[in-house]
Design a protein around this ligand. Structure first.
Ligand code: DLL
Length: 455
């Protein structure tokens, strides 16, 4: 166990704050944030009045439970500025979440919000082992997405040198990694895998890059995928979590010492886990939907925001000495749940099983379709380069291919109770991610729309 004094922390006073002191700070901040939205956001003024909540009535963290939830639809219904608690002149920057349907979820930051965001990102990066003076290659997309600029300012605050590579142009990114000697790579896990794959393809010697740490997040990923990335890039891969509605990256971060769950920066984001169906708060250690309350945000403070992410909170002390509660790696997004012939399924569960098969790479996609009113699932997955090299040609041995696909079909049936068609593909067949990977292709929706149009 490392000594607490040996662990580098960006803000050890807050990261190791005594729990009673933290709780007092949280209650005080919760009162202030309720006061602010009550005064400036009509939506909350009505909601809080209906629930009988006033700043004065908040005396313990238990009182949080009297506040109604905020949902993504509330942000959409109040698009663009309806939930802002300050006027636009005080907003320094706007970002939007990467929703695929309809209007984006817009968020705004005051100068103080940008400052707090840099602070939590600096904390996160340093928990992951980034140090002042490090070169940080940032492949999170720059733009409305919060990943690029969030990590960028956090790294600068920490005193690192940032390379704002953004997503895409993989060839150029590999050149920069070789020429500029970054120690840290920040990207989605799927893009890190993409970079690793491109390195092998181009025969780039691992010793020609200096990467030691990867700060990966923005999409669900499994422990198995972490193993693959660490092996391929020979780095320490750590998990960073966040969402635009709370701030962006930097809501929580796994520490290098523990590598087991992500510390939630609870002085800024008050976490809860609830039963996604009943909405009842769940006790520590039980998995449910993560809910966060902004404690310091000025631009658009959200109360009890339902993230749709499945995780577990646990307060066991960590090896690193930080006292902030940990959340388990997000297992899945509730929105991503597929129901295939009565079986509930998350893409990450399939990922976990696929990555246990040595012949398969981590490049996969789930294609959902409908045949005669029944939902079907096809698991498309690439075989590894090594297997291809061994076989010589992909189509060479149909029998071997068939045997492998039968094996995977029965693994999925046994472990997940899933009946799926498994299609093996040669390497490089599936589209590569430049940001968040698209794991599910749902072909049912256009059909439904077509059907409706024909009626
Ligand atoms: O993805 C912020 C971010 C950027 C986090 C870079 C980490 C690194 P949004 O685009 O608003 O913000 O998407 C938020 O992404 O509710 C989760 O479903 C998912 N997500 C984010 N981080 C993780 C993670 C950014 N480490 C949504 N593991 C969230 C699993 C994650 N899912």
């Amino acid at each position: 166990m490392p000594l607490k004094s040996d662990v580098f922390m960006w803000n050890s006073k807050l990261e190791c704050i005594a729990r009673p002191e933290l709780e007092a700070l949280q209650i005080e901040r919760l009162k202030r944030v309720v006061e602010r939205v009550q005064a400036h956001v009509p939506f909350y003024r009505e909601r809080l009045a209906a629930a009988g909540v006033t700043p004065e009535s908040i005396n313990s963290l238990d009182d949080l439970k009297r506040i109604p939830f905020t949902r993504k639809s509330d942000l959409r219904d109040n698009y663009p500025f309806g939930l802002f608690a300050v006027g636009l002149p005080e907003i320094s920057r706007l970002h939007a979440s990467s929703g695929t349907r309809g209007k984006p979820t817009l968020v705004g930051y005051t100068k103080n919000d940008l400052d707090s965001w840099s602070e939590v990102c600096a904390r996160s990066l340093s928990a992951g082992g980034v140090r002042p003076g490090d070169i940080v290659h940032n492949s999170y997309g720059y733009g409305l997405f919060t990943g690029g600029l969030g990590v960028h300012y956090g790294a600068e605050r920490l005193g690192a040198t940032v390379i704002p590579a953004s997503g895409g142009k993989t060839q150029q990114q590999l050149m920069l990694l070789q020429d500029l000697g970054a120690r840290v790579l920040c990207s989605t896990p799927s893009y890190a895998l993409n970079l690793a794959f491109a390195m092998t393809e181009q025969n780039i010697n691992r010793d020609s890059i200096k990467l030691e740490i990867g700060i990966f997040g923005a999409e669900p990923w499994t422990e198995e995928l972490r193993g693959q990335i660490e092996q391929a890039l020979k780095i320490n891969a750590l998990d960073i979590y966040g969402l635009s509605e709370m701030t962006g990256p930097g809501v929580s971060m796994e520490c290098l010492e523990g590598r087991d769950g992500l510390h939630v920066w609870e002085d800024h984001f008050l976490p809860e886990v609830i039963d996604p169906v009943s909405g009842s708060p769940l006790p520590e250690g039980e998995e449910g939907e993560l809910v966060f309350t902004n404690l310091t945000k000025e631009g658009i403070p959200l109360l009890r925001y339902r993230t749709g992410d499945l995780s577990t909170l646990y307060a066991e002390p960590c090896r690193c000495g930080r006292t902030m509660v940990r959340m388990r790696r997000v297992r899945a997004r509730l929105d991503d749940m597929l129901i295939i012939r009565g079986v509930n399924l998350y893409p990450s569960e399939v990922e976990r099983e696929l990555l246990k098969v040595a012949e398969l790479s981590a490049h996969y996609q789930l294609v959902v379709d409908r045949e005669k009113a029944l939902d079907t699932l096809e698991v498309q997955v690439e075989v590894t380069e090594q297997l291809l090299a061994y076989w010589g040609r992909f189509e060479k041995d149909q029998l071997e291919l068939q045997a492998l696909s039968y094996r995977i079909t029965s693994i999925l049936k046994e472990t997940l109770g899933l009946t799926a068609k498994v299609t093996l593909l040669p390497p490089k067949s599936l589209p590569r991610s430049e940001g968040k990977a698209v794991r599910v292709v749902d072909r049912r929706q256009p059909r439904k729309q077509q059907d409706a149009a024909q009626k």
